[in-house]
Ligand binder design. Sequence first.
Ligand code: PDD
Length: 280
Amino acid sequence: MDNKTVYLNGQYLPLNEAKVSVLDRGFLFGDGIYEVIPSYYGHLFHFQDHLTRLENSLAGIRLANPHTREQWLEILTSLLDASENQYIYLQITRGVAAKRDHAFPETIEPTVFAMCSNIIPFAGRENGVKAVTMDDSRWGFCNIKAITLLGNILHRQEAVDQDCAEAILVKDGMVTEGAASNVFAVIDGILVTPPKGNNILPGITRDVIVEIAAKNNIACREQPITLDALKSAQEIWITSSIREILPVVELDSKAVANGKPGPVFETMDQLFQAYKQSLS
Ligand code: PDD
C-alpha cells in the first residue's frame, strides 16, 4: 500500500494510521457525501465550482459545512504534489454516533477525510471505449454526490462484466448519465447533454464542456436524449473529473457511427486540454 499522507479530522497522517470508528455513520449507513477534485500542474481545477457542489450536497443531506472555502483550500492544497496531475478525494460523513439509529443524532461531529492520488491517463482515450445501456435503478437524489454508491457500483460492475468501460443509464426511455460520468451525444450535428435535475449529478467537467462549446461556436444544447436517439447518435462521450472526455465507439455491441472517435470529440478534446493548460 502507498503509505501516503492523508488528512483526517484536522490531522495529516500516514494512510495506514488513518482510522475511523465502526460506529461512523458513513460506515453504518452511507450517511455522507464526497467530492473528486482534479489538480493540474498544482492547481485545483474549478475549485470554487467543486466547493459549490460540495455545499449543495451537504445541504441536501442536512449537514453543516465544517469549514470555510479558505480553510478547505488550505487543507486540500497541503496534500498536493505540484509535479503530478492528481485528484483529491474528499469525504464528509455525519460522524460517529453513540448508538445506531437511522434518525440524525442531536450532537455529532462530522468525519472529514481527504486524500490525493495521481491521475493515471485513461486507456481508451485514443481509440474510444465500449458502453452498454441499462435501466437506471438508482435512487431519486442523484444530484447529491452521496457516498451511498451501491446503485452506481452495481451498474458499473454489470458494464465491466460485459467488457465495457461504462454503463449508460436510462430512466423512462431517457438517458440520465453514466454510472460515474455524464453523457454527451452528437445528434443531427448538435452536441447534446441531458439537462440538470435530480436524475443526474451536475458534473463539473460537463459544465466546462458546455462553456467551451459556447465560447467556440460549437452548437450545444442541454436537452433530454431518448434511448433511440442515443442509439443512432453520430458521437457519444462520457465525461468526468478523472476520465475527462472519453469517446464511446461501441454501444450495446454496435459501432457508434464508423466505430472511431468522431470529429466533434477531437475538437472538444483539444480545446479542453488547451483550457486546462491556460489555467496553470
Ligand atoms: N464521479 N455522474 C456521476 C454519477 C459521477 O459519479 C461523476 C463523477 C460524474 C461526473 O462529474 P465530474 O465531472 O464533476 O467529475 C457524473 C467521480 C469522478 C467519482 O465518483 O469518482
